[in-house]
Ligand binder design. Structure first.
Ligand code: AMP
Length: 476
């Protein structure tokens, strides 16, 4: 006899980040942004928002939930105007409230300004303290809002100058779309931590975190917004103008976008994510060969690397784990505990594939190790004779301060355990991680990536970032 209660899926809680999308000069601007955000849903599932402009005023709709759940015909109809920007979010900083959803809209002496931010600012708490002391009243607990206050308080004459002045004091990761009634600005920080691409759709310019959103609406990728670049579009001129932030570009693109976050059908930092992941799998097979009967991916995160591993090793690829793609945030579970329920609701082993087999299990990363442990056990319980875990990135040893929500250092199993200790914890027959050199080779570039989560080499000093994050975390 079961009584029923609602539970929340824990593993997703602190993870994920944001996606941004914008379009100029289009009769169906809001609907295109809606579709763009729909294609970027994997980058943030907590809240969604769109702001449009009719040339005089901005119109905003935002709230909690998935894009397709929050927006309906009525809301989209209210979003009038021919240029629009939007945001999907899962909090990296700031609590999960409706008011923290983006775009954040303010109405100051410069007029209306809306901001969509992907990234994480290192000195937001410090700047916020100064701004509040000088009289600013914040509407959110999100780090992104400081940029708007800095613009609003700037004494510079033009909006562009005020934006440049504001960006010269913020530190950290920011890919931004900033919209006023007549303009859109697409901005990337000097390191270009997070992606942001420019596309073209007939007479419209399009901006997106990932190019998979261009594909959905039939737009074509033109180029990336460069590191330290502000790309300005003005309704009256209808062309793009490039302005540089007075900070030299120092590329440090997030390698984890290629390992895990971005969709494999996207071109990110000018490189196809699918190919990067495939190469990670191939190089992993060269570095950590093992005799086995089948290669099984942990779907979806391990899929592409597993294909590369299978092709390189000649060991057949099999779908030994099936993912339920329709798992929502909350669901009903029988009160009487079911072992590993949280993982089972998402993944189920295919016994007829695994029975009696020596299995190479491929996933992209190990963070806390708890999910992987349950998956190994599940594969064994389904009859696998041996389970060899292969991970298509190096051990995750350090938290990210640039917009990917990793847990604190002491929660990262690899920060305090050797590979052999992690293998024991997972109950795997063997465990290997891709080397850092192998990962860099797979993305075809040795210099321009931030690898801090794997190397602890941060491209910016993170002392402030650390205390900022603690400050925001306490509050959430
Ligand atoms: P665990 O074994 O608990 O460390 O979980 C590992 C799984 O988490 C792998 O399948 C990864 O793809 C996935 N993962 C790694 N980083 C993240 C992240 N930031 N957000 C969501 N899932 C992640």
């Amino acid at each position: 006899m079961y009584s029923r209660l609602e539970i929340t899926v824990e593993p997703d809680k602190f993870w994920d980040h944001c996606g941004i999308f914008g379009i100029t000069n289009h009769p169906e601007a809001a609907r295109n942004v809606y579709l763009g955000l729909y294609a970027l849903q994997h980058r943030g599932q907590e809240s969604a928002g769109i702001v449009t402009s009719d040339g005089r005023r901005l119109h905003l709709e935002k709230g909690m939930g998935h894009v397709a759940d929050f927006f309906d015909e009525r809301k989209l109809t209210r979003l009038i105007g021919s240029h629009a920007t939007g945001h999907v979010r899962y909090s990296t900083q700031g609590a999960s409230f409706p008011r923290n959803a983006q775009p954040i809209l303010i109405d100051g002496w410069r007029g209306q300004i809306a901001l969509s931010h992907n990234g994480n600012l290192l000195n937001a708490a410090e700047l916020r303290f100064q701004l509040e002391r000088d009289g600013s009243i914040f509407q959110t607990t999100s780090d992104s809002e400081v940029i708007l206050h800095l613009i609003a308080r700037s004494r510079k004459e033009t909006f562009e100058e005020a934006l440049m002045e504001s960006l010269s004091v913020v530190q950290g990761a920011y890919s931004l779309l900033i919209q006023t009634p007549t303009k859109i600005f697409a901005v990337r920080d000097p390191q270009g931590f997070r992606p942001l691409s420019i596309g073209k759709l007939d007479h419209s310019w399009v901006f997106s975190s990932e190019t998979c959103a261009f594909d959905l609406i039939g737009a074509v990728r033109v180029r990336d917004v460069e590191c330290s670049e502000i790309v300005k579009w003005d309704l009256h001129e209808d062309r793009l103008e490039s302005i540089m932030i007075p900070k030299p570009p120092k590329p440090a693109h997030c390698i984890f976008e290629h390992v895990y976050f971005s969709r494999p059908d996207s071109v990110v930092f000018g490189k196809g994510v699918n190919n990067s992941r495939y190469q990670m799998g191939r190089i992993l097979a060269q570095e950590a060969a093992v005799e086995a009967d089948i290669v099984v991916p942990v779907p979806d995160s391990g899929l592409t690397a597993a294909l590369g591993f299978a092709d390189q090793s000649g060991i057949p690829f099999r779908f030994g784990l099936i993912r339920n793609h329709y798992v929502g945030r909350t669901f009903i579970e029988p009160k009487q505990a079911i072992r590993h329920f949280g993982v089972k609701i998402k993944l189920n082993p295919v016994a007829e594939i695994l029975q009696g087999k020596r299995v190479i299990l491929i996933d992209d990363s190990i963070v806390r190790g708890t999910t992987s442990q349950k998956i190994v056990e599940m594969v064994r319980a389904a009859g696998a004779k041996e389970v060899h875990m292969r991970i298509s990135s190096p051990p995750t040893i350090s938290p990210c301060y640039f917009g990917i929500d990793t847990p604190t250092k002491n929660e990262l199993i690899a920060s305090s355990h050797t590979v052999e200790q992690i293998r024991e914890f997972l109950h795997a027959d063997s465990l290997h991680f891709l080397s850092l050199a192998g990962l860099k080779r797979a993305v075809g570039d040795h210099k321009n990536f931030c690898t801090a989560c794997f190397s602890e080499e941060y491209p910016l000093p993170i002392e402030t970032g650390r205390s900022q994050l603690d400050l925001f975390r306490k509050e959430t």
